[in-house]
Design a binder for this molecule. Sequence first.
Ligand SMILES: *Cc1c(COP(=O)(O)O)cnc(C)c1O
Length: 378
Amino acid sequence: MLTVDLGAVARNTRALADRAGTAALMAVVKADGFGLGAPDVARTALAHGATRLGVTSLQEALDLRTAGIGAPLLSWLNAVDADWDAALAADVDVAVPSRDHLAAVAAAARATGRTARLHLHLDTGLARDGAEPPAWADLCRAARRAELRGTVRVVGVMGHLARADEPGDPANAIGRARFARGVSVARAAGLRPRLRHLAATAATLVDPASRHTMVRVGAGLAGIDPSGTTTLADPVTLTAPVVSVRRVPAGTPVGYGGTWTAARARRLALLPVGYADGLPRLASGTAEVLLRGRRVPIVGRISMDQVVLDLGPAETTGPLATVAPGDVATVIGPAGPTVADWAHWSGLLPHEVLTGLGTRPTRVVRPAPPTPVLRSLP
Ligand SMILES: *Cc1c(COP(=O)(O)O)cnc(C)c1O
């Protein structure tokens, strides 16, 4: 069973909004809200300090609209021939990294009689998405001409930092300077973008100079702090029941490939979770679960849908000696093993662990407590 605690998302949102200071908070809910459920994370974040939403693809944006979410919403990465008509009809802001994108969005706006809201995207140091710096001034001037024709309005300028999780790295100052220059160039072209956004979670936490008028925070809402400087709340708990317990003699190999062999007679327990449920197979040999208040190692390879626990020597006494079918193990949880533990065991990012959680475990969503309402005195 996978429990998503939206109270943790609410606390993380408030902590990050507080850190953002006067900058607005955009809740980034791409990849189904980092695997937590995009509509749930979006609604929770909006109720606790976020004022806007961001996603990667237009499809993700349209899915949020279908879920009934009407908040300001930006989609930043789409092919030139994306369905811009649908973006306009759904009132979705779009990021524009090139003249070709600008022309395609403006054409859709002209054809439908709407004005597209754009965020011009500048590459500030990843050589990934966003306009290359030499193409920026030309993009800004073309966007201004489109503004004067009434097809678009440039409401934002965005960049992204490659190494915000390494605050001392000179790449951050270079990225900030490129962004500041990009904003000046946009202004010189006659644009007046109110939303100037560069920082994601790490920079929001550790790099005040990068916050500008808005920050885009995704990982932090899900409890991940790439800067390693704060403790955020973990929203996910994955539990599994013990299906069976067996006693095996010395020399018994466990799992595919027999990568672990009982050196002495052991008691083993079977849990019906595996890599299809999101447990990285790379953690085979190091991962543990929590059972009866004890850390218990997973032995042998993690299979697609099962893992074997070593409860200890066959003659063990103590809490693990009486483990029986029906006992429930915590495979991932705020009290451990955490998402960060699993990431460490498998050599993955916590982002990969979270977004890899399968759709197979039954999901239970615990709502956030209601926002406190300030009552006026009688
Ligand atoms: C994912 C993403 C974010 C959010 O980053 P986090 O580190 O998860 O807060 C912000 N901006 C862009 C362009 C992204 O791709």
